[in-house]
Design a protein around this ligand. Sequence first.
Ligand code: C5P
Length: 318
Amino acid sequence: MDSITLIARAKINLYLEILGDRSDGYHELAMILQSIDLADEVEVRNLSTDRILIRCSHPQVPTDESNIAYKAVELMVKEFNRGFALHGGVEIIINKRIPVAAGLAGGSTNAAAVLMGIDLLWNLGLTIQELEELGATLGSDVPFCFAGGTAIATGRGEQLSPLPSLDTIYIVLAKYRSLEVSTPIAYKTYRSRFGSSYVKEKNSLVERAAAVHSGEIVKAILHKDVKAIASKMYNDLEKVVLPEYPQVLQLREMFAGLDGVLGTMMSGSGPSVFAICENKEQAEAVKLRVRTAIPDDDLELFVTQMIGHGIQVKKNLV
Ligand code: C5P
C-alpha cells in the first residue's frame, strides 16, 4: 500500500469546566466532547525519499514543522525507526474543510489521522489505546479524535470515558474566518481572573471530575434528551473569550434568540459558536436567518450533525 486517505472529523465541546491547575502547567478539566460530521480529508503517502512533506492549500495552514501534522510524522519516525527505515518518508496532503483556529480540534484531528495513517502504511498494528497515548504527547484533544463519538474527557483532556453516542442531532456552526483565539492565552487569562477559586486539593479535584460523570448533562445524554442536553451545555472559557470578542458574543446572542434553536455554546476556546437545532430543516432556516442578518463574507456558516465516531479510512490505493 502506497497511500491511505482518512476522514478526520472535528469536535465540539458540549461541556468544558476548568477545575484547577496542574503541575505540568496545563489545567485539570472536565469536558464532554462530541464528534461532528464536518471533516478534513488527510492523505498519507509513502515517499521514496526520507523526507516529510506537508501539503495544504488553505492559506492559514502552515506546511512546515510548526504544523501539528508534521510533528505527528516526526513522532512516528522517532518511535518506529524500523518502519521509517523500511518505508521511507511520508507526504501528508490535507484537504481542509474544518475552520482553522476555531476550537474544533482541526489540527488535533489531522495529527490523529497522520498517526493512524502511518500505523496502517507501516503495518505497525497499534491499538487505539497505543495511538491515544502517542497522540496525547502532541496535544490534549488528539486522543479523543481517534474513536470520537461522545466522551467525557478529564485530566488534561486526554483521559476518556466513552458515552453512548449521539448522532443525527443537527447543529449550525459559525466562525469568522479572520478571527483567531489563542488557546494558551484564553487559558492564561482564565487563570489570572479565576485562578484564586481553583480547586487545590487532589481529593476535591477527583470528586469534581467524578461529579461530571453523574451530572445533569450526562443524564441527558444517556436519555438522548436533546432539549435537556442543549439546556445543560456549559463552557468556562466563554467568560474570558466572549467579553474580548464582540462578534462572537453577537453570534452567541443571535443564536439564542432564534426559533428552532434549543441551545447554543462556544466550542473549546472559540471563536466558533454552535447552535443545537430541533431538526435539519430548522438548522437550515437558522443558518439562513444568521446569513441574512450578517451578510459578511468573513462569516463561515455550516449545517452539520453530531456523529458517533471519529477517524475513518476513506480508500486504499495499492
Ligand atoms: O494540549 P494543547 O496543545 O492542545 O493545548 C494548547 C494550550 O491550551 C496549552 O498550551 C495550554 O496553554 C492550554 N491548555 C491548558 N490545559 C489543558 C489543555 C490546554 O491549560 N488541559
